[in-house]
Design a protein around this ligand. Structure first.
Ligand SMILES: [Zn+2]
Length: 45
């Protein structure tokens, strides 16, 4: 039987580790950028 072990570090919200907060030089606002695919959070295109 396989037992899955959970530790405190593993329950960090995905957005905290996957997305990086960057300040956009174009609109001077902050955006969340996905570290994995480089897409902006909420970008539908
Ligand atoms: Zn921007």
């Amino acid at each position: 039987m396989k037992v899955q072990a959970w530790v405190a570090e593993d329950i960090t919200p995905p957005t905290a580790t996957t997305f990086e907060l960057i300040r956009c030089p174009a609109c001077t606002q902050v955006h969340f950028v996905n570290r994995v695919d480089g897409k902006l959070l909420g970008d539908k295109s």
